[in-house]
Unconditional design. Structure first.
Length: 755
């Protein structure tokens, strides 16, 4: 009984354990059914926040499912204990237990799958609503910017417009940055469409709508930017025009000034300042041109508006006014400067005249020659100063005439200053001429006395020289010594005689100019005349005492003259000049022939001199006569050498003349040959009957000309060969020319015969 009781107890415990397992399974299955109801819900959220909330709840469900995994495994493990195929009591059919375990596993796996599917759908829903949310955000931003871009506020001035442009640039940068984000969002939406998302149609509609709105925003932005830029250009134009007006008002005040200075220095400073202003005005023209170009860039309605046209016209008018006033002020300053310069120069000239007049008025003409020379030196130094001042006076007059002719406003003052200066200058010149005349007159008297003294001393010296010749003998040695002393004296005596004639004329002039000193002046001339007569008497007595020796003296003088001529003629013939042209060769030949004629004219003198020399030296053994004989022998040698030199020079000039004639003929022959070569090288075959007839006629003319020139060319060749055979000094050059001409002539003939 106990065993049975124990066995029953064991069976009851098994049944109780199994029922507990089944009860746990039942609880789990009920929980799974509840979870399935949640996971099979079609609520995936109506907006992004709802989806996020559902995802958070789903995460909790997934956590519960994950937690229940251990419970399911434990239940299944406990159930598997009752499903074993061992012998003994089995509270339930093992197959039933296994079926329930398998069903629970299937339900749990199904629950996991439903959870995964719901998460996926929730994720898809979140992507969809996130896309819509981002699109809505972009759309809101676009609408906000559309309101801003639609504003008509384009700035009331340049600063405001520039600020709006800066803001618009920042908006464009922001728009560029949002464009990238928008494109990324659109790509995400397109990806949903490509994945066949359940909201694909709405996504496509949303993408198209946002793209249209974005394109409209871009157009609106471009329009806004254009209008802002146009407004900026207009305000910039107005600002630049205001700057130009301000500048022209400043310049207008300067060029409208009537201040032309009070002297040359101040006028010069104003001219320099005005030059800078004029350069600034001239260089400002491009700024105005740039303003015109700037106006052309404005919108047509603005560029053609009355305001812009009037503004430009006003600026042009004021600029022309400024330019005209600039020219007038320049002329006024130049007139004032010229007047001040003229007055300054005239004052300087008058100051110099005052200074020199004081010196001249205080100057007395001295009596001594040394003092006169000092005064004369001061007058000589005054002359270049006067020339310099005369130039300054002429410049003043020229400037004055120019100013009066140009209609200078100060014409009366200019004429008065000019007349005053010219009067002062004329008076000063008269004073200088008077003082100079007095000085020259006094110098003339003193120089006359000085020249009288010098001439008197000169005559006395020559008289002593003549008297000293008394000690010389009448032989050849004495005559030669006398000749040496008296050779230079003859020229001196002629000079003294001319000097006496000049002194006589000077004495008469000075006596008429200085009647108070006429006695002294004529007395000095009488003293010199007496001394001159004494010297001539001494010379005449000496010549009479010489007798026959005078003939010997005349012979020696003629011998000296002939030797001088001989030396000069030899030098002329010894010239090495050679002609470089035919005309030069003919000129040198003519000059050489004149020398020959001159030699013929001297042959008679040479013969007489030889006869006289033989007569004088015949039988004489004195050293002086031996020296004279040597001179005569040298004269013979020089005479013969002169003829040889002339013949040699004649030969060279004749050969050079022949060579130049040959060169002239060769140039003509070469011209013939050049013409022949050209014709022969440019002969073409005719293609028509008329051309053939013309070619035949041309050939006949060429043949006639060639035959006519052949004699001339042959003559040149023959002449050249003859000159080479005669040994011309230019034989090598002549031979080269002959060979060249002969070869070219033969070649032309061969070409002609072959043709």
């Amino acid at each position: 009984l106990l065993e049975l009781l124990k066995a029953r107890r064991h069976r009851l415990e098994l049944n109780l354990g199994l029922q507990r397992v089944f009860q746990e399974m039942l609880y789990i299955m009920d929980w799974m059914d509840e979870m399935k109801m949640l996971l099979l819900s079609q609520d995936y959220g109506k907006h992004l926040l709802g989806v996020e909330d559902l995802l958070q709840k789903h995460a909790l469900v997934e956590a519960d499912i994950s937690i229940q995994a251990d419970r399911v495994r434990n239940v299944n493990s406990n159930a598997q204990k009752f499903a074993s195929d061992t012998d003994g009591y089995k509270p339930c059919d093992p197959q039933v237990i296994r079926d329930r375990v398998a069903h629970m596993e299937f339900c749990y796996q199904e629950l996991n799958q439903l959870a995964a599917e719901r998460r996926a759908r929730l994720e898809e829903s979140r992507r969809l609503w996130k896309f819509f949310w981002e699109m809505a955000e972009e759309e809101g931003w676009i609408r906000e910017k559309e309101q801003i871009l639609s504003l008509e506020d384009h700035g009331k001035d340049l600063t405001g417009t520039v600020r709006l442009l800066s803001q618009h640039k920042a908006f464009e940068d922001e728009m560029s940055g949002r464009a990238a984000h928008l494109q990324q969002t659109i790509r995400q939406g397109q990806q949903l469409v490509d994945e066949n998302h359940f909201g694909a149609e709405k996504i496509k509609e949303r993408i198209q709508d946002i793209q249209d709105q974005w394109a409209a925003l871009e157009r609106l932005s471009a329009v806004r930017k254009t209008r802002l830029q146009e407004a900026c250009n207009l305000h910039q134009f107005q600002a630049d025009a205001d700057d130009i007006d301000t500048w022209m008002l400043d310049v207008l005040r300067i060029v409208s000034s009537v201040d032309v200075g009070h002297d040359e220095f101040s006028a010069q400073a104003l001219v320099k300042k005005h030059k800078d202003v004029a350069e600034e005005i001239g260089s400002y023209r491009p700024v105005i041109e740039a303003l015109h170009e700037q106006a052309q860039t404005l919108p047509p309605q603005e560029a053609g508006s009355q305001e812009v046209r009037a503004r430009l016209a006003g600026i042009e008018e004021r600029y022309q006014e400024v330019a005209e006033l600039t020219r007038h002020r320049k002329q006024a300053l130049q007139d004032a400067l010229a007047l001040y310069k003229m007055l300054s120069e005239a004052s300087a000239c008058e100051l110099w005249v005052d200074e020199k007049e004081q010196w001249l008025n205080g100057m007395d003409i001295p009596d001594k020659l040394e003092d006169l020379e000092v005064v004369q030196h001061r007058f000589e130094s005054l002359e270049p100063e006067m020339n310099s001042q005369a130039s300054r006076v002429a410049v003043v007059n020229q400037v004055a005439r120019q100013l009066v002719h140009s209609g200078h406003p100060g014409e009366t003052e200019i004429r008065a200053q000019q007349d005053q200066l010219n009067t002062r200058w004329s008076q000063f010149r008269d004073l200088v001429d008077q003082k100079k005349e007095n000085l020259n007159s006094a110098l003339g008297v003193q120089n006359y006395h000085l020249e009288c003294n010098e001439t008197k001393s000169w005559i006395k010296e020559k008289t002593k020289v003549i008297e000293s010749t008394q000690e010389l003998g009448n032989d050849l040695a004495g005559v030669m010594a006398l000749q040496r002393k008296l050779t230079g004296m003859e020229r001196d005596l002629a000079a003294i005689e001319d000097k006496l004639t000049d002194l006589d004329k000077e004495a008469e002039r000075l006596a008429s100019e200085h009647p108070e000193q006429a006695g002294a002046i004529r007395g000095r001339l009488a003293e010199i005349t007496a001394v001159w007569d004494d010297m001539k008497g001494t010379l005449k007595n000496r010549e009479e005492s010489l007798g026959e020796a005078s003939k010997l003296q005349q012979f020696l003088r003629e011998l000296d003259d002939f030797q001088s001529w001989l030396s000069r003629t030899q030098t002329a013939i010894a010239s090495e000049d050679m002609p470089n042209a035919l005309a030069e060769a003919e000129k040198l030949l003519a000059q050489h022939e004149n020398i020959k004629n001159e030699i013929r004219n001297y042959e008679e003198d040479y013969q007489k001199m030889r006869d006289m020399g033989d007569m004088v030296t015949q039988g004489q053994t004195d050293a002086q006569y031996m020296f004279l004989r040597q001179r005569l022998q040298a004269l013979d040698t020089g005479w013969n050498e002169l003829h040889k030199m002339w013949e040699n020079r004649q030969s060279l000039l004749s050969q050079s003349h022949a060579y130049q004639l040959f060169l002239r003929d060769t140039k003509q022959a070469e011209a013939f040959l050049n013409n022949q070569e050209y014709v022969l090288a440019h002969t073409e075959m005719p293609t028509t009957l008329e051309g053939a007839e013309a070619a035949i006629k041309k050939q006949e003319d060429f043949m006639t000309t060639m035959d006519a020139n052949e004699e001339k060319i042959s003559g040149v060749v023959d002449t050249g060969r003859r000159l080479v055979a005669d040994g011309n000094i230019n034989a090598e050059r002549i031979q080269e020319k002959v060979d060249s001409i002969d070869q070219r002539h033969k070649k032309n003939r061969q070409v002609y015969d072959a043709g």
